[in-house]
Design a protein around this ligand. Structure first.
Ligand code: GDP
Length: 443
């Protein structure tokens, strides 16, 4: 089941459960059956799915809950926790540090998307101010890497004539270290199978380049077979992290993610398309929240404040725009203030406990990160764009420019504009309610 479809099925099952008049074993079991079916269709291992169901039933135990308990929330929270558990390897990856030369070696089978991913990884870091470089230590793939690197303006090294690819890797790393590059990415050879010669070649390149991190790149289409593939590579070279590609088009993506988690290898990024910015940091909680359960943290947060906090006590960031027409500049200024004061926590503390109990731990950080990212993207906009009140007027090429200048993916810029649109809708609804309220008061 393709990722969006899987997310749709899981969130629908949760929604149907939440909408039921009475929450009993029947309703909960139906919801869990739907979720399990969707996960199995995505090739998640049967035992993992069965354990998930058993754990949720253990956590929830409807018979022990009195009428006062919010059963819907308790079930939702248990589903969230268990989905996170399936996808969490429980082990962080080594993170290279900006400004300190790190060598990152990419390994994987041919066709998995390794060369494309090397370039995406380089581009992602370049946009964040790193100085990456690409080294091709792979027969017949130099042209491909050269093309991608030239397009993204990333320095590269390779050879058409040198047949000793280990030497090429060594020379490339040496050169870029001298040039003070802080992220030297080595693309290695790939075979169709896990042949002994592939592993031997990987060993030699690792010996010659002394990588700080070895990243294993794999295609999501293999689903739970990823478990054996990762284990085989781990036995041969010390794989420190995994990147799963083609999550955009394959039915077994979440099966692959859960299988990699079962090998205790951290997945650090996922590939979600062929373009250089179709690449996403993989973080378990936001992935489960947004992609699988369809939670829209930021909008949900804003809506919740409007729902439960009296108007005069709402934070300035959400009140002020009511007084004038909303523009991106107003949101930009208010978000900057919110970040400066570190007041997201305060806003949170204003919400009644019942509103935040479903919220996964760390949500504050997630919202803060989202707002930070919005501020970065808005900071890359022109005055004209910021003073615009209609996001539809921002063209595709402007979106691309904003993405490039802010170092965020195009999809994120589009998401930010969509959120802004939702905010304008909430505001105009509130304005309408406020004016009819004042009319009633004046009548
Ligand atoms: P390599 O042999 O492992 O180096 O694989 P390549 O980098 O040459 O990629 C093989 C094919 O997969 C190319 O057509 C890429 O454009 C495509 N590809 C790589 N990553 C992704 C991804 O995340 N999504 C999609 N849809 N295609 C991808």
């Amino acid at each position: 089941m393709v990722l969006a479809q899987l997310g749709g099925s899981i969130s629908l099952a949760v929604e149907q459960m939440s909408n039921a008049t009475i929450i009993d074993d029947n309703v909960m079991n139906q919801c869990l059956n739907e979720i399990s079916r969707a996960l199995l269709q995505s090739d998640v291992n049967f035992k993992l799915v069965r354990d998930m169901e058993t754990n949720i039933k253990k956590i929830v135990n409807l018979h022990d809950l009195s009428g006062g308990h919010n059963k819907r929330r308790i079930i939702q929270k248990a589903i969230f926790t268990e989905l996170c558990r399936i996808l969490d390897p429980g082990k962080p990856s080594f993170t290279p540090k900006k400004g300190q030369a790190s060598v990152i070696m990419f390994v994987g089978l041919q066709g998995s998307g390794k060369t494309t991913t090397c370039a995406k990884y380089a581009y992602y870091h370049q946009m964040k101010g790193w100085k990456p470089a690409l080294v091709s230590s792979r027969a017949g793939a130099f042209d491909q890497l050269k093309q991608i690197a030239t397009k993204a303006k990333i320095p590269f090294y390779g050879s058409y004539t040198e047949s000793d690819l280990v030497r090429v890797a060594f020379e490339g790393v040496k050169r870029f270290k001298k040039e003070n590059c802080d992220l030297i990415i080595v693309d290695t050879g790939g075979h169709h199978n896990q042949e002994a010669s592939l592993f031997e070649e990987m060993h030699q390149v690792a010996e010659a380049t002394k990588p700080d991190l070895v990243i294993f790149v794999m295609d999501s289409s293999i689903g739970q077979a990823a478990f054996d593939q990762v284990q085989a590579f781990k036995q041969s070279v010390s794989v420190g992290a995994v990147i799963i590609t083609k999550m955009d088009g394959h039915a077994k993506g979440v099966g692959a993610l859960s299988a990699v988690a079962a090998t205790k290898s951290p997945v650090i990024f996922i590939g979600i398309g062929e373009d250089k910015d179709e690449f996403e940091v993989f973080d378990v909680k936001p992935f489960v929240g947004r992609r699988l359960l369809g939670m829209d943290y930021l909008s949900g947060f804003v809506d919740k404040i409007h729902e439960v906090v009296p108007m005069d006590q709402q934070p300035e960031v959400l009140q002020k725009p009511l007084q004038r027409n909303l523009t991106l500049r107003i949101v930009y200024e208010q978000f900057q203030k919110l970040l400066k004061r570190g007041s997201i926590g305060q806003v949170f503390s204003m919400l009644p406990r019942s509103c935040v109990e479903l919220v996964p731990e760390g949500l504050e950080k997630d919202i803060e990160a989202a707002i930070e990212s919005y501020v970065t993207m808005m900071g890359a906009m022109t005055n004209e764009e910021l003073d615009n009140s209609d996001p539809k007027l921002i063209t595709e090429s402007q979106i691309e420019r904003i993405a490039l200048a802010s170092g965020r993916p195009v999809t994120e810029v589009m998401g930010m504009l969509q959120h802004y649109k939702r905010l304008t809708e909430v505001k105009s609804k509130m304005k309408g309610e406020m004016s009819s309220l004042s009319q009633n008061v004046n009548a």
